[in-house]
Design a protein around this ligand. Structure first.
Ligand code: SF4
Length: 110
C-alpha cells in the first residue's frame, strides 16, 4: 500500500517538475526574442553581402549615396524612427545603422 502511495507522490512530483519546466520555457519564449533583438550584432561592412550592396554605416560617405537615402527612410528598414540602428530585411539577424545606406535602398511607403 505504501509502495503505491510513494509511487503516486513520485508521479505527482514528476508532473509538477515538468509543468514548472514548461512554464519557464513558455515564459522564456515570450521574453527572449526581445532580448535577442537587443543583442543583435551590427552588420560588418566587410561582410560579403554588405560589400556587394555597398553598405556603409555612415551612408553619406558611401560611393553612390543619394541625398536623403538613409536606411531609416528605406522600406526594408524596421527600426524605430529615432533609433541609432535597426533590423533590415536583407541582413537577417543583424542591425544596420539608421543613417546607413546601400544600393538596395527603396523609398519607404507612407
Ligand atoms: Fe539600409 Fe535599406 Fe540597404 Fe537595408 S536595404 S541596408 S535598410 S538602405
Amino acid at each position: 500500500m505504501n509502495g503505491s502511495r510513494d509511487r503516486s507522490d513520485s508521479d505527482r512530483r514528476q508532473f509538477l517538475k515538468l509543468a514548472g519546466g514548461l512554464a519557464v520555457a513558455s515564459l522564456a519564449s515570450v521574453v527572449l526574442p526581445g532580448r535577442a533583438a537587443a543583442q543583435a550584432q551590427s552588420v560588418d561592412p566587410k561582410d560579403p553581402l554588405a560589400v556587394s550592396l555597398g553598405y556603409a554605416c555612415d551612408g553619406a560617405k558611401a560611393p553612390g549615396y543619394v541625398e536623403g537615402q538613409f536606411c531609416k527612410g528605406c522600406q526594408l528598414y524596421s527600426g524605430a524612427a529615432d533609433a541609432k540602428n535597426g533590423p533590415c530585411a536583407l541582413f537577417q539577424g543583424k542591425l544596420v545603422c539608421s543613417e546607413g545606406w546601400c544600393k538596395s535602398w527603396v523609398k519607404r511607403s507612407a
